[in-house]
Design a protein around this ligand. Structure first.
Ligand SMILES: [Zn+2]
Ligand SMILES: [Zn+2]
Length: 241
């Protein structure tokens, strides 16, 4: 199906195509991936495989973001230590779903900066690791091949990857919903694609609830995108949500 683009403002078209995509099969695993840094990163050999951190420190992770005007999406290699960090809690709650890809997202500097500044304010005490299920309206296989040219207006996967969670795109007024349990978010993973998209998002909030509802964009920062397929058992779980 050809996406309809006529109703889209030009600005949004540009934004959606602005995702820089990288595979993380590294030739130099064990070296910090920030270009200006020569430090070694933490590594671990498990079953003869070298597991590695992508950056030497959290500092390098954020410094790299300072250069970004578009989202940097890295398709994680299973030996990148972030892969297990994201996959394990997800699989614990949704053991029968099959993870097809995990992308580490580093949002553009303007988005990340607003979030970090918000975090430093005293009103908001804690950052919560939450999930956000959304729609895939384009061809997810193309997306994973690095062709992020989706121009479908309400495609949640591409819209959030490029611009973060935006309350103006919410289907629930200006409210954005995040769940601690991915089983809850599963019912929001819509679209006809057999692939489903769920974001792991940092959400700043005073409360520590199973569900967090926020209206300000800067309270949220997408960190990873999980693309997965579902089994019958998953669908059964959805009925209970
Ligand atoms: Zn470094
Ligand atoms: Zn899309």
């Amino acid at each position: 199906m050809k996406p309809s683009t006529s109703s889209l403002p030009q600005q949004q078209l540009n934004d959606l195509s602005k995702i820089s995509f990288q595979k993380s099969k590294l030739k130099n695993a064990g070296q910090c991936q920030r270009r200006e840094c020569n430090n070694k990163t933490q590594t671990q050999t498990i079953n003869f495989k070298l597991k590695y951190e992508y950056y030497c420190s959290e500092d390098c992770y954020w410094k790299d973001i300072e250069q970004l005007t578009t989202t940097k999406a890295v398709l994680l290699d299973k030996n990148d230590m972030d892969y297990d960090r994201v996959a394990k809690p997800f699989k614990e709650k949704l053991p029968k779903s099959k993870i097809r890809a995990i992308l580490r997202l580093q949002m553009p500097h303007s988005i990340s900066k607003a979030h970090r500044e918000c975090k430093q304010k005293n009103d908001y005490k804690a950052t919560h690791k939450m999930y956000h299920g959304t729609s895939i309206l384009c061809n997810a296989a193309n997306f994973l091949k690095g062709k992020q040219d989706c121009t479908i207006e309400n495609c949640g996967m591409c819209g959030i990857t490029a611009q973060g969670n935006q309350s103006s795109f919410s289907h629930y007024g200006t409210k954005m919903w995040f769940a601690k349990n991915p089983q809850t978010s599963l019912s929001y993973c819509s679209g006809k694609s057999k692939f489903k998209a769920m974001f792991a998002v940092d959400v700043i909030a005073r409360d520590d609830n199973e569900i967090l509802i926020v209206t300000k964009n800067e309270l949220t920062l997408p960190r990873y995108l999980i693309i997965f397929t579902r089994t019958k058992w998953d669908r059964y779980l959805t009925c209970w949500c």
